[in-house]
Write a protein that binds this ligand. Structure first.
Ligand SMILES: [Cu+2]
Length: 338
């Protein structure tokens, strides 16, 4: 679901919106937000031949839509809570008006079932971000509520395609239904890991792209737990941004460590020859695990990574370390939680 416009989004979620036709939840046109984003339950096939019930999503019957903003331009989103549970949306990484930050009781009250809240987002920084609830976070995120958000640069860097990759696991039993989201024993170690690895809610997807073209891969790890080391081996590619911060010196796309919430933007030059495949993998004890494939199709468009304009630095203030205050924190841990 790339680059969805407001119109496409509304069409895509017409079934949801029609439930409110003539009701009071949707404001009149003059007052309409740029986007209406319902939070809802749904069923979806994550594993072959099974349907996972009691999933949660944003607006559609599939993975959460990629939300696209333009750097420095205000964008309004009406979040409509159709769950039986209170919720809220936090826009992870965006430096925005604190009242729009989506933290329950601190910046706003939770959005109760049947209620809605209008967020006005004006992002000063461009890059790859993500969004998720901040109420009953473990469960709501585990059921699917993690989406990718893109803030487009004021100046187009010159890619042919832009492909956000929402990388996360789901904790499913063999029958495709959710199993316990949290085990104290696991939580005291590396975390309660998922059982099914997905990209954009698919297992090991293959993305076709024109041979010899330039693609911006936006890796966003929206998992709850897993820390991974990613490789895009044997590819003509460079990492151009980490956590939405452009790198002044791009690095090789090998050994990229991403923990939950982290993002990496990779500029990929799609292979020259039709049928050639580049594979994104994650390291594991059993060897590299496939995350996604990128396959060249058609005749080469003959582009080169050197044609890309470097990303402009975001207007992030420099930390004034000379005048910093020192605070001592003591971190402790025991299996009993004492
Ligand atoms: Cu977050």
């Amino acid at each position: 679901m790339l680059g969805m416009s407001r119109r496409e989004f509304l069409l895509g979620s017409a079934g949801t919106l029609s439930a409110f036709a003539g009701g009071s939840l949707i404001a009149n046109q003059a007052n309409a937000a740029d986007l209406t984003l319902p939070i809802k339950t749904l069923s979806h096939s994550l594993l072959p031949d099974t349907v996972t019930d009691n999933m949660m999503g944003f607006g559609t019957d599939g993975p959460p839509p990629v939300l696209r903003l333009k750097q420095g331009e205000a964008f309004t989103i009406d979040v409509v809570n159709e769950l039986d549970d209170a919720s809220i949306v936090h826009w992870h990484g965006l430096r925005i008006d604190n009242r729009m930050d989506g933290v329950p009781y601190l910046t706003q009250q939770p959005i109760e079932p049947g209620e809605q809240f209008r967020y006005t987002l004006k992002a000063p920084d461009a890059g790859t971000f993500w969004y998720h609830p901040h109420c009953n976070t473990l469960e709501q995120m585990a059921r699917g509520l993690t989406g990718v958000m893109v803030v487009e640069e004021a100046e187009d860097p010159g890619f042919d395609q832009d492909l956000p990759l929402n990388i996360r696991d789901f904790r499913l039993a063999g029958d495709g239904q959710f199993t316990s989201f949290f085990k104290p024993r696991n939580a005291a170690r590396g975390g309660t890991l998922g059982t099914v690895s997905t990209v954009n809610w698919q297992s090991e997807p293959i993305y076709d792209m024109p041979a010899g073209s330039l693609t911006r891969l936006r890796l966003a790890v929206t998992d709850l737990t897993r820390v991974g080391t990613y490789d895009l081996s044997k590819a003509e590619a460079v990492v151009i941004a980490l956590d939405s911060n452009p790198l002044s010196n791009p690095i090789a796309p090998e050994g990229i460590v991403l923990s939950p919430g982290q993002r990496a933007d990779i500029a990929l030059r799609v292979p020259e020859t039709e049928g050639e495949i580049v594979t994104l993998t994650r390291r594991s004890a059993k060897g590299p695990k496939v995350i996604a494939h990128f396959r060249a199709i058609g005749t080469s468009s003959g582009r080169s990574l050197s044609e890309l304009r470097p990303l402009a630095p975001n207007p992030v203030p420099e930390a004034d370390l000379a005048n910093a205050e020192v605070l001592d924190f003591v971190f402790g841990w025991s299996p009993e939680g004492t």
